[in-house]
Design a protein around this ligand. Structure first.
Ligand code: HEM
Ligand SMILES: *[C@@H]1O[C@H](CO)[C@@H](O)[C@H](O)[C@H]1NC(C)=O
Ligand SMILES: *[C@@H]1O[C@H](CO)[C@@H](O)[C@H](O)[C@H]1NC(C)=O
Ligand SMILES: *[C@@H]1O[C@H](CO)[C@@H](O)[C@H](O)[C@H]1NC(C)=O
Length: 263
C-alpha cells in the first residue's frame, strides 16, 4: 500500500478524523481533495476497496474514518514500523471544503506556529515531535521546501540551518529555472522503511522541511529528537501513542455508505 500524507494526517488535522478528505467535490463546493496541497493524494482506491468489502458483509457499521485510521496503522506496520490497537467507532463528516486545507500546518512553520497548530487540536509538544517522525516515509515536491534553498531571506539565499552539501543536492534537484515537472525527493532518503533515521537526519541538519529542522530550536523538543534518534523503541512507543491520540479527534455524524459521498 502507498503510504501517504492523506492516510496519516490530512483527514485528522482538519476537523478531526472524519474522512472529509475522501469526499468528492459537488456542484460549486470544492472539496479538500481538490484543495491546493492535494498533489500527494492518490490512494483513494484502497479505501474504496476496503469500504466495498465491508458494506458487502456488514453494511452501515464501519465508518470511512475508521478505515483511514486502520489503513494508517497498517501502512506503518507494513513499512517496518510499530503496530497498535486502533480504537474504533468514529463517524464520518458531512462537509469537505478545499479552503479548509489552509488550516493545516505548513512546512515553512516555525516551532511556535507548529506548537500552536497542534495544541489547538489538543496535541502536545511530544505529539508534535513523535508524529513528525511520519516523515520517515514518503516523497515531497520542491514547492514544499523551496523556501529554504532560494531567496531564504535578505541576507541568506540558502537557509543556514541546512547542511551545505545537502543544500547543494536539493538545489540540483530543484533549480530555480528549468525544474523537472513533479521534481522532489523522498523526505528520508537514508532508508525506505519506517524507522528513526528521520531524527538522525535532523541532528545532521538534513531535515527536509523548515518544520522538521525547527524541532531543534527549543530544549524540550530537541531532547525528544535526540531521544528518538538514539532509541527506535522509544520512538515507536511514542509514535503509536500519539497516533491513537491524533486519530481520536473525531467530529463526524454518520457512517457513510460510499466514502466519496455523504449519505
Ligand atoms: C508537523 C506538521 C507537518 C507538516 C508541516 C507536514 C508537511 C508535509 C509536506 C509539505 C509534505 C510533502 C507534500 C508534497 O510536497 O508533496 C508532507 C508529506 C508527508 N507527510 Fe507530513 N507534515 C506534517 C505532519 C505529518 C504527520 C503528523 C504525519 C504522519 C504521522 C505526516 C506524514 C507525511 C507523509 C507520510 C508524507 C509523504 C506523502 C507522500 O509520499 O505522498 N506528516 N508533509
Ligand atoms: C487535485 O485537485 C485538482 C484541481 O481541483 C483535481 O483536478 C485533481 O483531481 C485533484 N487530485 C486528486 C488526487 O484528487
Ligand atoms: C514564528 O512565526 C510567527 C509568524 O510569522 C512570528 O510572529 C513569530 O515571531 C515567529 N516565532 C519565532 C520564535 O521565530
Ligand atoms: C536570515 O536568517 C538567518 C538564520 O535564521 C538569520 O541569522 C539572519 O538574521 C536572517 N536575516 C534577516 C535579514 O532576517
Amino acid at each position: 500500500m502507498k503510504s501517504n500524507h492523506i492516510v496519516f494526517f490530512f483527514p485528522i488535522l482538519l476537523k478531526g478524523c472524519d474522512a472529509s478528505v475522501l469526499l468528492n467535490s459537488k456542484g460549486n463546493n470544492k472539496a479538500e481533495k481538490d484543495g491546493p496541497p492535494n498533489v500527494s493524494l492518490h490512494a483513494f482506491y484502497v479505501i474504496d476497496a476496503a469500504k466495498k468489502a465491508l458494506e458487502a458483509s456488514c453494511p452501515g457499521v464501519v465508518s470511512c474514518a475508521d478505515i483511514l485510521a486502520l489503513a494508517a496503522r497498517d501502512a506503518v506496520f507494513l513499512s517496518g514500523g510499530p503496530t497498535w490497537d486502533v480504537p474504533k467507532g468514529r463517524k464520518d463528516g458531512r462537509t469537505s471544503k478545499a479552503s479548509e486545507t489552509r488550516q493545516l500546518p505548513a512546512p515553512t512553520f516555525n516551532l511556535s506556529q507548529l506548537r500552536q497548530s497542534f495544541s489547538q487540536r489538543g496535541l502536545s509538544g511530544e505529539d508534535l515531535v513523535a508524529l513528525s517522525g511520519g516523515h520517515t516515509l514518503g516523497f515531497s515536491h520542491c514547492s514544499s521546501f523551496k523556501n529554504r534553498i532560494h531567496n531564504f531571506n535578505a541576507t541568506h539565499d540558502v537557509d543556514p540551518s541546512l547542511n551545505p552539501s545537502f543544500a547543494a543536492k536539493l538545489i540540483s534537484i530543484c533549480p530555480l529555472k528549468n525544474q523537472a515537472k513533479n521534481a522532489g525527493t523522498s523526505m528520508d532518503p537514508s532508508t525506505t522503511t519506517f524507522d528513526n533515521t528521520y531524527y538522525r537526519l535532523i541532528l545532521q541538519q538534513k531535515g527536509l522541511f523548515s518544520s522538521d529542522q525547527v524541532l531543534l530550536d527549543n530544549p524540550d523538543t530537541k531532547n525528544l529528537v535526540t531521544k528518538f534518534a538514539t532509541s527506535k523503541k522509544a520512538f515507536y512507543e511514542a509514535f503509536a501513542k500519539s497516533m491513537i491520540r491524533m486519530s481520536s479527534i473525531n467530529g463526524g455524524q454518520e457512517v457513510r455508505k460510499d466514502c466519496r459521498m455523504i449519505n
